[in-house]
Every structure is written in structure tokens, then in C-alpha cells.
Design a protein around this ligand. Structure first.
Ligand code: CP
Ligand code: NVA
Length: 310
């Protein structure tokens, strides 16, 4: 059966650990893998913008000896000119992997249902699994462990990155406080809360949604935030959102409430003065560019795993 990565919990905890360990091996010795996907092609379908994801997949595929095709569907959304079934079936005749960044989760699910090759979600409105592999690789490098960690997330929690952070924290049995404004427009969807609760029951994870930023930061090893203006949010909403999220801005005060050796993470793109202050993102606790770099190594491992190369 063809495996896909539509959200991080499509992989088991053991599979995530395997992929992360492979990424560490690839990062240490990239030349060993320079023909690992020789002659193979990755199709990258983009409906939203990207800096990190596009570049890291394209460079990653090239470093593995393969080739990546950038295909923008901004002007011609999936399912419009021809249905997703036909798109997935046709692409599967040409390429070995399909990666997609789309607005609607159902588009990823449909691609995965009909494709005959692995489908990788490069971000939709429900998940960002490639980010999680890169992030947990970075956490492992910085903290030398992936257990017994307390993470605090701040800001927009009706959010793809937050959802996968909740899922992976639950899978690894971690503590995660998601600090966000009240209201359904800013808090995680019920379907995500239910999935996370179910995973946590087995792993003993403690994933909670809270509304006090300082309580969330207390005793944290990792402070994490994401954009208040995710791709596609209308610019007219920016002023209102800025006011609503401001109590959850990661400031030096928030960093001080965490453990002294806490690290600051943001998947990027970031805006100084919004989800974090400039002192925080440009400060000594920030690891955001290591996080960005590790997208490359993590995704090379994801592609090798899905192509059954380990
Ligand atoms: N973090 C991330 O996915 O960045 P891009 O939107 O630039 O790809
Ligand atoms: N939540 C953000 C993540 C960007 C990588 C967005 O969807 O734009």
C-alpha cells in the first residue's frame, strides 16, 4: 500500500523517530545519499506562497540525485479544470512523489486517495507535517532528547502548524500548553482536540488549551509561535487580529517566565512586533534559522522513507 504524509500522525512515533534519525545521518554525511533518488522526480504543487518549503524540497531532491518540478496552481486550483482524481492519476504516471501546498485539507486527502505514488502535504489548513519533522530534529539537536519536555505555543491556535504540534506532542508524550485567545476563530477545532486527546490517553501526554500566556510559559523548555497572518488571511483583518493576539506576543518577559535554557522557535515567516518581539527572534535563545535549515534534512529523510529506501 502506498504511504502518504497528510498530517504528522500518519506516521507512528517510531516512524517519526526513524525519519528524524535518518535526517541526522543525512545532515552529517550528505554525500552518502547523493544518488539515493537518482532518476526520480518530485512534483511540487503550490496554491499558496512559500520560501522555505519550496527551496528546501527543490534543493533536497537535487541533493538526492533526483529532480523537482515546481507547478503553480494559483490561477487554476485543483479540481477546477479537471477533477482531482484525474490530476492525481495522470501525475502518478510521470513522477515518483507528489507534494502539495493547498488551502483546503480535502484537496490533500483527495490527492492521497487517488494518487498511485506517495503524497506529501506541504501545508494545508489542517497540518504541516514536514515542519514537525524539521522542528523535532532541531529540538533533538538542541535539547538532546525528545522526551520529558514542556512546550508552550502562543498566538493563533486555529492553525495548521499548531494542530500538528499538538499531534506530535501527544505522540511523544510531552506537555504542551497552547496559549491563545478565546473563541472558535482562534482555538483548535474540535476534531483536532479529539484526535489529540485520544493519542494522549495512550502516551500520557498533557496537551492543554489555555488563555493565560504567563502560565503557559512557566517551566517551558520550548517557546513556539507562528504567524498571526497565515497565508490567505485577508489583509483587512490584520489590525483586528493584531489587537486580539497581542496578549500572546512572545516578549522577553515571556521568555523569562520559561526555563533559563528555553529555546525560541518560529516556523517562519515571522513579523517582528507581531507574534514575537525583535529582541526575542534576534536574541540568543532563538533557533529559528536552524529550524529553517532542518526542513531540508528532514524532508530528504521523508522522501527516502516514502520511497521505501530505508
Ligand atoms: N515554514 C514554512 O513552511 O515556510 P514557507 O511558507 O516559506 O514554506
Ligand atoms: N500558519 C502559517 C504557517 C506558515 C508556514 C500559514 O499557514 O501561513
Amino acid at each position: 500500500m502506498v504511504r502518504h504524509l497528510t498530517k504528522i500522525s500518519d506516521f507512528s512515533k517510531a516512524e517519526c523517530e526513524n525519519v528524524i534519525n535518518k535526517a541526522i545521518e543525512i545532515k552529517k554525511n550528505p554525500d552518502k545519499f547523493d544518488t539515493a533518488l537518482k532518476g526520480e522526480t518530485l512534483l511540487m504543487v503550490f496554491e499558496k506562497p512559500s520560501l522555505r518549503t519550496r527551496i528546501s524540497f527543490e534543493v533536497g531532491m537535487q541533493q538526492l540525485g533526483g529532480h523537482a518540478i515546481f507547478y503553480s496552481i494559483k490561477e487554476s486550483p485543483l479540481g477546477k479544470k479537471e477533477n482531482i482524481h484525474d490530476t492525481a492519476k495522470t501525475a502518478s504516471r510521470f513522477v515518483h512523489l507528489i507534494a502539495a501546498r493547498v488551502f483546503k485539507r480535502h484537496d490533500i486527502w483527495d490527492l492521497a486517495q487517488y494518487a498511485d505514488v506517495p503524497v506529501i502535504n506541504m501545508l494545508d489548513d489542517f497540518a504541516h507535517p514536514c515542519q514537525m519533522i524539521g522542528d523535532f530534529l532541531t529540538i533533538k539537536e538542541k535539547k538532546e532528547r525528545l522526551e520529558d519536555l514542556k512546550i508552550a505555543y502562543f498566538g493563533d491556535a486555529y492553525n495548521n502548524v499548531t494542530y500538528d504540534l499538538m499531534r506530535i506532542a501527544a505522540m511523544f508524550g510531552l506537555k504542551l500548553d497552547v496559549a491563545c485567545p478565546e473563541g472558535t476563530a482562534y482555538t483548535p477545532e474540535q476534531i483536532v482536540l479529539e484526535e489529540v486527546a485520544q493519542i494522549s490517553k495512550k502516551t500520557g501526554a498533557k496537551v492543554n488549551v489555555v488563555h493565560n500566556a504567563f502560565d503557559a510559559a512557566k517551566d517551558s523548555d520550548i517557546i513556539y509561535t507562528d504567524s498571526w497572518m497565515s497565508y490567505g488571511i485577508p489583509v483587512e483583518e490584520e489590525d483586528d487580529r493584531r489587537k486580539i493576539f497581542m496578549p500572546y506576543q512572545v516578549s522577553l518577559k515571556i521568555m523569562k517566565a520559561a526555563k533559563p535554557d528555553a529555546i525560541f522557535m518560529n516556523c517562519l515567516p515571522a513579523k517582528r512586533g507581531y507574534e514575537q518581539t525583535a529582541e526575542v527572534i534576534d536574541g540568543s535563545q532563538s533557533i529559528v534559522f536552524d529550524q529553517a535549515e532542518n526542513r531540508l534534512h528532514g524532508q530528504k529523510a521523508i522522501m527516502l522513507f516514502l520511497r521505501e529506501k530505508f
